[in-house]
Design a protein around this ligand. Structure first.
Ligand SMILES: [Zn+2]
Length: 122
């Protein structure tokens, strides 16, 4: 039953908003993103992350990828905002807009690689 409801919400979402959704109802948002993680669960998840640095230009290997601000796994990317061969891409959390990763003429940088800076990239 839950599955059919979910499909209904998602179908409605894309029919109404297509690719440039700005606002959706709370109900639809909940169906797409799922319930928010509790602070405690988020802390535990953050402390369990293992970061393995790789040699440039390979990005670091992250054992678990999610938004360090809210624990959400959905994100949206800006695509490349500079002209080839320049690279400038930002990826933000779909729920809270937190910058979860970016590349600025560099290898991909995850916010999860920087716990000492409160996971802030900018
Ligand atoms: Zn988030």
């Amino acid at each position: 039953m839950k599955q059919t409801n979910e499909m209904r919400h998602i179908r409605y979402f894309f029919y109404k908003h297509g690719a440039n959704a700005q606002q959706v109802s709370r109900k639809t948002k909940k169906y797409i993103l799922g319930p928010k993680m509790t602070k405690r669960a988020l802390k535990e998840r953050l402390s369990a992350v293992i970061v393995t640095k790789s040699k440039y230009p390979e990005p670091a290997d992250i054992s678990d990828e999610f938004c360090p601000n809210c624990g959400c796994e959905s994100s949206k990317t800006t695509g490349n905002m500079a002209e080839y061969p320049e690279v400038w891409v930002k990826e933000t959390c779909l729920r809270c807009g937190f910058l979860v990763g970016m590349a600025d003429n560099s290898s991909w940088d995850y916010a999860l690689e920087h716990p000492e800076e409160n996971y802030r990239l900018d």
